[in-house]
Ligand binder design. Structure first.
Ligand code: ADP
Ligand code: ZN
Length: 293
């Protein structure tokens, strides 16, 4: 029975690869972290770890941009990443050719969204957005039960946001003058305030500004995708005071224009991940289950 078969999950991130084995019910059996270095060295270590695990299928959540449409000639390749050594590296192909098992493949954030929908705080919902506010800002989008790809995949972390005059020149994104990732990611916070975000917990000004940007983001996402829930994860969201600020700012930016039952219960509507950090691995396990089915 497919449910009993051991499956593999890979969270392929820009700084580390998390490999795990488990079952389709979300049980994690073993896990291992491998540092992301050169593509060849990294993937060799990943393949070696999975090689003797006897998994029936593997789900992969990859850092982007990457080609996630199976019909694309680039499917499974990393695309124009700032990590130049990884550009056009055939991540999926290099793994699948070695392990010779069915593999599911999507972006890390789409996979985390799937993890929350399958095992976390968005169970039973078909329209959900998962965001990571960490080293970068990324968005996984599920619409009508399907992870959204479109021509590439959403890159909502780079949405343009409105800034204040004091924010002139603060955006650390090499591509944009005032995008969310460039102004609200962990590195953007550290660059603006002169120390790591984790050391700024007591500075209310930091989180008022951060909450304002994330509120703009959520309001824009509500207007564009009409999600039934927005899940905010990633290292920066360890500052739990942010959730309340973001909820309030989101409503402020929406200006009363949208009235739904969901928006009357903001604690549920904008929430923390329910998988406690395992949303990526659990989503990848669900991808693996689907690759088998
Ligand atoms: P990644 O995005 O690389 O996968 P994380 O989601 O852990 O990893 O995000 C890392 C970022 O989160 C770093 O920029 C770090 O400064 C920030 N961060 C980590 N812990 C905290 C914390 N407790 N408070 C605020 N920011 C944090
Ligand atoms: Zn940008």
């Amino acid at each position: 029975m497919a449910e009993q078969q051991l499956i593999g999950a890979l969270e392929a991130g820009g700084t580390k690869m998390v490999c795990a084995t488990g079952y389709a019910d979300g049980t994690v059996l073993e896990r291992e972290q491998i540092a992301t270095t050169t593509p060849q060295e990294t993937v060799e270590a990943v393949n070696a770890w999975f090689a003797d695990k006897d998994i029936a299928a593997l789900g992969i959540g990859a850092f982007g941009p990457t080609a996630v449409n199976p019909a694309s000639s680039q499917y499974g390749k990393i695309l124009e990443t700032p990590k130049t050594a990884w550009r056009y590296f055939d991540l999926l192909g290099t793994i699948q050719n070695e392990l010779n098992i069915p593999c599911g493949y999507d972006t890390d954030v789409n996979v985390a969204c799937l993890g929350e929908v399958t095992f976390g705080c968005a169970q039973g919902l078909t329209d959900v957005i998962y965001l990571t506010i960490g080293t970068g800002v990324g968005a996984g989008v599920m619409c009508a039960g399907r992870l959204l790809h479109g021509m590439l995949h959403p890159e909502a972390g780079h949405m343009l946001v409105r800034t204040r005059p004091t924010e002139e020149g603060r955006c650390v994104c090499p591509s944009h003058a005032s995008c969310l990732e460039g102004l609200a990611s962990g590195p953007a916070i550290a660059a603006r305030w002169g120390k790591p975000a984790a050391e700024l917990a007591d500075n209310d000004e930091v989180w008022a500004l951060e909450g304002d940007y994330l509120g703009q983001m959520c309001a824009n996402l509500v207007l564009m995708y009409s999600p039934r829930r927005i899940v905010l994860g990633g290292g920066v969201m360890h500052q739990e005071q942010l959730y309340g600020i973001v909820r309030k700012k989101t409503l402020e930016y929406l200006g009363g224009y949208i009235q739904t039952a969901e928006l009357k219960d903001m604690e549920s509507y904008i929430c923390a991940p329910g998988c406690g950090g395992d949303q990526g691995i659990l989503g990848a396990a669900e991808l693996a289950r689907r690759a088998l089915a």
